[in-house]
Design a protein around this ligand. Sequence first.
Ligand code: HEC
Ligand code: HEC
Ligand code: HEC
Ligand code: HEC
Length: 240
Amino acid sequence: MSNISTASAVILLSVLSACASSRDVEGTGGCVDCHGDASKIGAPATLADAAPPRDAQGNTTSLAVGAHQAHVRGKVFSAGVPCTSCHAIPTSVGDHARGDARVVLRDFAGTASGTFTARSGATAASCAATACHGSATISWNQADTLSCTSCHGAPPTTGAHPSVFQPHAFMGDRCDYCHFDVATTATSLKSTGRALHANGVKNVTVTNFEGTAPSGTYSPAVGCAPGCHASFGLTAPQPW
Ligand code: HEC
Ligand code: HEC
Ligand code: HEC
Ligand code: HEC
């Protein structure tokens, strides 16, 4: 009898540890059995396929489904963020599946950051003061209305932004003078900029006087050298 129990325990343990491997997630699609993309059941699935739509109750529109797809696959403003930005990736079914999604918001370096307010009745969860959305309070279920000024100013009021834009009227609202790889103007990202944007890295590529091609270098400690100002013979670094 005790041998049978031991054998059952061994089998149970090996089943559990199979579930616990995140590689199994991708190999067998086991994680999509309960939530995520049901069309991937039995097929190889990626972790992103385990994210709603299709919450743990099978709903494809619910407060829990929220903005998962825009976040894990990316949309207009970013190429997506990992699950761990908002919650740990469970390593076993038994460890989670308890009916309480445990959300801990993190900044791009993985440090807990921002404020999360859990769903309550018919009121969706929300976040505030996060690394991604700045000071804004955002509902997990809000209509898709983000603009270029939802998360930061365009241009922001930080650093020398005001002093470059105010006296240099010819620059209009062009961000590409200094963020050449990311954005064209205050209202549009470059098609290649999406993957560099809102990813925790401040991408600065300074340009020539017309803002049409990279020129010079930038580093936070030194500023830009010589960049735009070389056209005036000003070759000394300009601090930001
Ligand atoms: C931007 C933040 C964010 C990211 C990134 C994110 N989630 Fe979530 N997730 C949430 C929030 C918030 C909830 C809780 C929603 C609620 O119940 O109100 C949640 C809940 C869930 C749930 C539970 C659904 C239910 O029915 O209770 C699953 C499953 C889930 N997430 C899977 C994933 C997976 C897998 C990834 C990565 C591929 C991921 N999430 C990435 C914010 C996020
Ligand atoms: C037996 C059904 C079931 C399976 C299989 C399952 N989950 Fe879940 N999962 C749930 C339920 C239910 C929730 C809702 C929140 C909770 O109960 O923790 C959830 C929530 C989540 C969440 C939100 C964060 C959290 O801890 O609640 C993530 C991320 C997640 N699952 C990922 C996975 C991954 C990765 C796998 C494969 C290793 C997996 N799930 C397999 C049922 C399951
Ligand atoms: C004259 C150069 C210049 C122009 C033009 C410029 N930026 Fe910046 N931007 C910078 C520098 C330099 C940084 C700081 C990088 C660092 O901290 O190393 C920065 C950083 C940022 C940041 C991160 C927050 C911060 O201040 O560190 C945002 C957001 C930003 N810029 C948006 C914009 C937008 C939107 C535009 C166009 C409307 C724009 N910038 C135009 C030089 C510029
Ligand atoms: C979801 C929030 C969010 C929205 C919406 C948003 N940004 Fe940003 N943006 C950020 C964050 C966060 C940074 C800080 C640097 C980083 O993480 O890339 C940033 C940085 C920038 C930078 C500095 C270059 C860089 O990548 O570091 C520029 C330029 C910029 N944004 C332009 C725009 C424009 C133009 C739009 C509208 C098309 C826009 N942003 C909309 C979050 C946002």
